[in-house]
Design a protein around this ligand. Structure first.
Ligand code: AMP
Ligand code: MG
Length: 487
């Protein structure tokens, strides 16, 4: 276990030089204080959890002081936002403080979000508000606990610093951890500014640090692109299987490592709705729940375009074509498991689609339905769940096929079925209304609800005594919360 001042840095991205990032110091928050810290994320840096309560912790992650070996940099990138190319993005309010390596030899980027203005702030103020910082923190740690690849969050630091959004709010900072902060938009930036030398430098950096096995392939860049296709297909399959809606799948928010990245107006589905749009600013529904799959592919094609100086268009196209079948295979595998199936049959895809079709429009809580399906043997479970459906006949027809399908796998002990299904079907997810309740309390100065919710979400599959209220469907007020991009 390490103390805060014992972290060891090796700032590999900073060493790429000024074409890639700009040196900027954090702009400190007034009266910084700890809102919440993740012990599990601290462990990634070998940090003693007690360090979170040292006054230096809030000062460091509130932008007041830095390690001597930190080299804070704002990264430059561009990207496609809602389908249109924006030539100049970059870290407008976040800084890569440096790269820390732990005792296991893993490197972690320390990225401080909300750290003030940078050359890439454009019209923004460089700040993040408490509300959005808490949402990013909870989502990162909750997705990780569900087994979904994501950037991590070490802590949220609150403050007295006023920040103007639709109303006056308070500034906060999140300390984000990831193996890399390189986005599709990094590659697009050097492609569209026609700087093949720097683009190559970036590619070699990613290959050497993150995809060294690709260097052994005849075409390392193509192998790297394929890895990105594979990892993003798997990531999006997990989002779809667990009902996670990202909300702003711009190419600057897509990670080259295929992790969930840059949390804004995200949401987990409450009632199943394939057409759900979680981002209030997304009027066309470009990033609706079911569109995440074609958009994932679209984003990869934007990355492919940026890689055309290195790889033939034909090879890129062939590799891009792997996305959909890979996605489908991962998704089906996850959904089989969520339905308690251990073997594969040809009709499984249809079985899943038919269930979702019946959920659509019936106001069925997606998470709780699947959790309860595992509570009892298949026949009893469907009998108990049927009353929630609007079209009972359609449900019964599906239920009969499902029960027959389960029975074809042979007899299974109910206890075993429950354990197996509960291990993949969470009871607790980060519902928007739960986040909102925790945020309301935090804005009034009480951080205990954020901390409690975080603790519950770190064990989403395990029923926790006294925590029943965290597993409930949203109340009326919590069903239609409007979450905008303003954060
Ligand atoms: P996002 O939608 O959070 O991915 O942000 C898109 C771009 O806008 C990124 O380049 C951000 O750094 C930048 N940005 C977002 N909010 C702010 C802000 N308050 N101040 C400066 N830049 C911002
Ligand atoms: Mg972003």
């Amino acid at each position: 276990m390490k103390a805060l001042d014992e972290l060891t840095f090796d700032n590999r991205f900073a060493r790429l030089g000024d074409a890639f990032s700009t040196h900027v110091l954090p702009d400190p928050l007034d009266a910084p204080r700890l809102v919440v810290a993740s012990e599990a994320a601290m462990a990634l840096l070998d940090l003693d959890p007690a360090e979170a309560h040292d006054p230096v912790f809030a000062k460091l992650f509130g932008g007041h002081t830095l390690w001597a070996d930190a080299e804070p940099r704002a990264m430059v990138y561009s990207g496609h936002q809602f389908g249109s190319y924006n030539p100049q993005l970059g870290d407008g309010r976040g800084l890569l403080l440096g790269e820390v390596y732990n005792e296991a030899g893993e490197h972690w980027d320390l990225h401080l979000k909300g750290a003030g203005m940078t050359p890439y702030s454009r019209m923004g103020d460089g700040r993040a508000v408490l509300r959005s910082s808490i949402r990013e923190f909870l989502a990162s740690e909750a997705l990780h606990a569900l087994g979904i690849p994501t950037s991590r969050a070490l802590c949220v630091i609150g403050s007295d610093t006023p920040v103007w959004r639709e109303k006056q709010e308070r500034g906060a900072m999140v300390l984000r951890l990831a193996h890399s902060h390189i986005r599709f938009g990094h590659f697009e930036y050097f492609y569209y500014t026609q700087r093949p030398e720097q683009q190559k430098q970036l590619g070699e950096h990613v290959l050497a640090l993150h995809y060294p096995q690709c260097l052994e392939q005849p075409e390392p860049y193509l192998a790297m692109f394929q890895k990105s296709v594979e990892r993003n297909a798997e990531l999006i399959a997990k989002w779809q299987a667990y009902g996670f809606c990202h909300g702003v799948m711009n190419t600057d928010n897509m990670s080259i490592l295929g992790i969930t990245f840059d949390f804004g107006p995200f949401a987990f589905l409450d009632d199943f709705d394939a057409r759900f749009i979680c981002n209030h600013s997304d009027q066309q529904g470009r990033y609706s729940f079911s569109n995440q799959v074609p958009i994932g592919q679209w984003n990869l094609s934007a990355l492919a375009q940026a890689l055309t100086p290195f790889i033939s268009v034909e090879a890129l196209r062939e590799t891009l074509d792997l996305f959909l079948p890979l996605y489908q295979a991962h998704y089906l595998d996850l959904m089989r498991r969520r339905l308690g199936l251990t073997t594969a049959e040809d009709g499984d895809q249809t079985l899943v689609e038919d269930l979702l079709q019946r959920m659509q429009g019936s106001a069925i809580d997606y998470t709780l339905f699947l959790r309860r399906l595992g509570d009892e043997p298949a026949e009893q479970a469907v009998a108990r769940l049927r009353d929630e459906f609007v079209d009972l006949e359609a449900f019964d027809q599906w239920a009969a096929l499902y029960v027959a399908r389960v029975n074809r796998e042979g007899e299974i002990d109910p206890q075993q079925r429950r354990e197996r299904m509960h291990a993949v079907n969470p009871l607790y997810i980060l519902r928007n209304y739960l986040a909102q309740k925790a945020i309301d309390a935090a804005e009034a100065g009480d951080y205990s609800e954020v901390q409690r919710l975080h603790t519950v979400l770190t064990q989403p599959f395990t029923e926790q005594p006294g925590m029943q209220s965290y597993a409930e469907r949203p109340p009326e007020w919590g069903k239609h919360l409007e979450i905008s991009c303003s954060s």
